[in-house]
Write a protein that binds this ligand. Structure first.
Ligand code: IDP
Ligand code: MG
Length: 160
């Protein structure tokens, strides 16, 4: 892909986005996915599941000692998640901007959290916060065979 479009090395960057149980319950999955599609990112992985405590403790391994961790675990296991991998130039950073501040009270209008949530304990969506973090999280949630390599026909309209 990048050989065909030299100079856009970052095009293959990937990130993990998850609609959390509150987002699924509130029927926000379609609207959230639409934002990533319309921005120009490419969906390369998608699944719906109830996460185990074990998976979540690995996903949130840096937060284990936080006072809110037990609540976070209860929240994240309260219902199914929709977990996605999106691909494109600078997708990790851009999707953090699209998702907005962790605390919805600080999230700008126009962001997912700024448009759909009020309180930090129900902030609708997860987005990886670094390229390395994204790689780790994608490996945790998806097996290689469940990630699609495909060329989107609007590639040259999106990138050059
Ligand atoms: P992020 O989701 O924006 O990357 P992190 O700091 O990685 O934010 O925290 C992970 C998740 O833990 C948050 O999205 C939120 O659901 C929850 N969380 C973080 N800080 C707090 C807090 O102070 N109180 C309650 N929940 C929190
Ligand atoms: Mg985080």
């Amino acid at each position: 892909l990048c050989a065909v479009f030299p100079g856009i090395a970052g095009v293959r960057e990937r990130t993990l986005i998850a609609v959390k149980p509150d987002g699924v319950q509130r029927r926000l999955v379609g609207q959230i996915m639409q934002r990533f599609e319309q921005r120009g990112f490419k969906l390369v992985g998608l699944k719906m599941l109830k996460a185990s405590d074990d998976l979540l403790s690995q996903h949130y391994r840096d937060l284990q000692k936080k006072p809110f961790y037990p609540n976070l675990l209860r929240y994240m296991t309260s219902g199914p998640l929709v977990v996605m991998v999106w691909e494109g130039h600078n997708v990790v950073r851009t999707s953090r901007l699209m998702v907005g501040d962790t605390n919805p009270a600080e999230a700008h209008p126009g962001t997912v959290r700024g448009d759909f949530s009020i309180h930090i304990s129900r902030n609708v969506v997860h987005a990886s916060d670094s390229v390395e973090g994204a790689q780790r999280e994608i490996q945790l949630w998806f097996s290689r065979k469940d990630l699609m390599d495909w060329d989107s026909c609007d590639h040259s309209s999106t990138y050059q």
